[in-house]
Design a protein around this ligand. Structure first.
Ligand code: TRH
Length: 372
């Protein structure tokens, strides 16, 4: 008989940005809400965590949306270890926790997402932890069946389809909630990028473009300054210049950010979690990987492009635009080329997204992995 692992602990170290806590929170929520498991989420920086878990306080322990959120610091004591412990992004487990573990505890490190070919070889391997002798399993998310899959809530696609139906009232409600007079005929673009992306050159290209464009930038710590020659942009500002209207949005909840991706024609995303959400939006997107030494991020980028856009009509265009975006230069003609192929890119992205939906989601796979 298969023994269900009821209690799960997740350890999250926030290195920078929003991705660490963004991914850990999705794991925690799905394990609890969709699989009925009892979940504790240990976070090393609760004030940083509030960017995503907006309602948490700095309390040592609190229940948030059914998950027990625990402040994790040097002095944290652990009364027991869970049936399964997830170490995320190789953040390490505290010694005091390791002391509570037994040989029955399932210890899994959930790693970063990549489309590189080595991922399928390393996924599901394990090794002995030198100090304790416990087995540590390595779990790699990925885009193919032989990997750990992609995070996706069970109702996500239904919610997206409902929203994207022609004239769905949710569309107007969404834009109204942001106090935006949405123009359907504009080229609507969401923009979430790192500070080294050539954002100003891109926006200038839209200012000079032939088509009216609306750009929606959720405010985060990397808002480039100046932006379109403006120094003190704030949430709620809208700048109209040439053929561009730039809207500075508040940093949205994860749920509302999804809706923004569903509502736009093109999404610029980055890192890990917004990248996956862009895939699920089914809309064309441009991904900027998190910068890594020795241009390792460009290898990651090319592996993804080769895998996702293996299509002779569009692969060159997409590679060119992504490479520019990640190497801090921008060429108007490359953008024009991209726009001229937008219908084909759109159809292909939708098809790839639909294909990936056929695979089990990461949390479903992870739960199976831990009971087998
Ligand atoms: O913030 P990021 O750059 O996070 C990165 C990556 O995860 C990277 O791999 C990691 O090494 C580094 O952090 C430390 O990008 P990412 O992964 O897209 O995470 C952003 C999260 O923020 C994601 O959960 C979506 C969410 N988000 C909102 O909730 N509201 C918003 O308005 C926006 C723009 C994002």
């Amino acid at each position: 008989m298969v023994e269900l692992k009821q209690s799960w602990d997740i350890f999250c170290k926030i290195v920078d940005n929003f991705g660490d806590i963004g991914v850990c929170w999705r794991l925690a929520k799905q394990l609890h809400h969709e699989h009925g498991l009892s979940v504790r989420l240990f976070v090393d920086d609760l004030s940083d965590a509030t960017k995503i878990l907006t309602g948490v306080s700095n309390a040592a322990e609190q229940t948030y949306e059914g998950v027990t959120v625990v402040r994790w610091g040097g002095a944290t004591s652990f009364s027991h270890a869970a049936d399964v412990v997830l170490e995320t992004f190789a953040c390490g487990l505290p010694d005091a926790y390791l002391k509570q573990m037994t040989t029955k505890t399932v210890w899994v490190n959930v790693d970063y997402l990549s489309a590189e070919s080595w991922v399928q070889e390393f996924h599901a391997l394990n090794g002995l932890h030198r100090e304790t002798g416990f087995t540590r399993h390595f779990y790699f998310p990925g885009f193919i069946e032989q990997t750990g899959g992609l995070l996706r809530e069970q109702d996500l696609m239904t919610r997206r389809s409902n929203f994207q139906q022609a004239n769905a009232p949710q569309q107007l409600n969404f834009w109204n909630s942001l106090q935006i007079n949405h123009r359907v005929d504009d080229l609507n673009i969401s923009l979430f990028s790192y500070e080294n992306a050539p954002v100003n050159a891109f926006l200038q290209s839209l200012v000079d473009g032939d088509r009216q464009a609306s750009v929606f930038m959720p405010f985060n710590q990397h808002l480039p300054t100046p932006l379109l020659d403006q120094h003190d942009l704030a949430v709620g500002d809208a700048i109209q210049t040439g053929n561009l209207t730039l809207h500075i949005l508040p940093f949205l909840s994860q749920e509302d950010y999804d809706v923004l991706l569903w509502a736009c024609d093109i999404n610029f995303v980055r890192g890990e979690d917004s990248w996956v959400r862009a895939v699920w939006s089914g809309k064309p997107f441009v991904w900027q990987p998190y910068w890594q030494e020795d241009n390792a991020h460009l290898l990651k980028l090319n592996a993804f492009l080769d895998n996702f856009y293996d299509h002779p009509d569009i692969d060159h265009t997409l590679t060119k635009l992504h490479e520019l975006w990640s190497t801090q230069v921008f060429h108007h003609d490359v953008w024009q080329d991209y726009l001229s192929k937008l219908d084909a890119i759109s159809a292909h992205t939708q098809q790839q997204s639909n294909h990936l939906i056929q695979q089990d989601d990461l949390v479903t796979k992870l739960v199976e992995f831990c009971v087998s």
